[in-house]
Design a protein around this ligand. Structure first.
Ligand SMILES: *Cc1c(COP(=O)(O)O)cnc(C)c1O
Length: 350
């Protein structure tokens, strides 16, 4: 590993996954063909899709009520697909960041949207709590981890309305109870694989109830029936997701990786709080295990700090343009040595 990769997305992948992906590009399963040039209907590739989906089931303990899909289009397509498939009259949204706002924007084109709670008053530096969930909404949409601001939901609201969650940036980082959710979606490129594949886990009996005609590519039921092969799937990204999930299983699964993630995040935040030059951006109890956002107390030193990082092989640390400052993404594949290196560079910075 030549660089310490703190990029927010596409994010770091395990080195062995990169290596194996490279091998498959040259010669997939000793077939004499590249994974890039084989039919998605071939036996070899069908096995890849099947294993990727069954690893999702196994690692997240997905109940039989829920279907696992790999789709195209990123989380942003899910912003639209969710209301297309689930919104009859009115949906509730928790506005906890810009991704949530984009989801709201799409839903508004198809029905009524109630903002059940928002943290926009303080630039999304906290996760809203203590809200009343209306009983007349078709679903409540939440974002488990706000990638741009560095806040994370530590628990999910108990509600009888279906819970829909954008888990793009913390899926597979900790155990979740899938049965608590009507639908979970995640773009792969933060914590699961490369860009191009999108994971959807959906409770089947919620579908087909809007009375709306849905174009095939936007209809979950079409993809369920075709087992994620309605059209040519994002074949290579799904393959890399499969390798990453195999790696995760070998690491002990989500409960084991959560312990590592907690260890890395605690190490970082404790060092941040001890450092007189830096300050965290969000309320402490909502700090994300995945994206740590922070600032220099003196913003005039920002570019010098970024340059120092670069000289020390630390990349991807610049904050999102909407929140500024810095963001250290601590995804599953980031080794603790990279966190130690960043802390060292921050401590030595004058
Ligand atoms: C990155 C991200 C998105 C957007 O994902 P795309 O796959 O680029 O559409 C949506 N939601 C969250 C929480 C994200 O981190």
């Amino acid at each position: 590993m030549k660089q310490h990769n703190f990029g927010a997305g596409p994010g770091i992948l395990p080195q062995e996954v990169i290596q194996e992906s490279a091998n498959a590009v040259l010669n997939f399963n000793n077939s004499g063909l590249s994974i890039l040039e084989i039919s998605h209907r071939s036996k070899g590739y069908e096995a890849v899709m099947e294993e990727a989906r069954s690893l999702v089931r196994e690692l997240l303990n997905v109940p039989p009520t829920h279907e696992v899909l790999f789709l195209h289009g990123g989380a942003s397509t899910q912003f639209a697909m969710v209301p297309w498939n689930l919104l009859k009259q009115k949906a509730g949204y928790i506005e906890s960041g810009v991704w949530a706002q984009k989801a709201i924007h799409e839903a508004k084109m198809l029905g009524e949207v109630e903002i059940v709670a928002s943290s926009s008053d303080k630039n999304f530096s906290y996760v809203p709590t203590n809200y009343q969930i209306p009983s007349d909404i078709d679903y409540l949409h939440v974002t488990s981890n706000n990638t741009i601001y560095g806040t994370q939901m530590k628990f999910f609201p108990a509600t009888t309305v279906p819970l829909v969650c954008d888990m793009s940036s913390d899926i597979f980082s900790r155990p979740i109870d899938v049965s608590q959710f009507g639908l979970i979606y995640a773009g792969a490129q933060k914590n699961m694989g490369p860009a191009g594949a999108t994971l959807v886990i959906v409770q089947k009996d919620l579908l087909g109830k809007t009375g709306r005609k849905i174009n095939s590519m936007l209809d979950y039921n079409v993809h369920i029936k075709a087992e994620s092969m309605y059209n040519t799937p994002p074949a290579f990204p799904v393959y890399v997701c499969m390798l990453t999930l195999q790696w995760l299983k070998k690491m002990g699964g989500v409960a084991a990786i959560e312990q590592k993630n907690i260890e890395k995040a605690n190490l970082f935040y404790e060092a941040l709080d001890r450092n007189p030059l830096f300050v965290g951006n969000v309320v402490k109890e909502d700090r994300s295990l995945m994206n740590a956002c922070f600032n220099l107390k003196d913003p005039a030193m920002e570019s010098r700090f970024l340059q120092t990082c670069e000289e020390d092989g630390i990349v991807g640390i610049k904050g999102h343009r909407l929140s500024g400052g810095f963001r250290a993404s601590l995804y599953n594949a980031l080794p603790i040595e990279s966190v130690q290196k960043l802390i060292e560079v921050m401590n030595n910075f004058k």
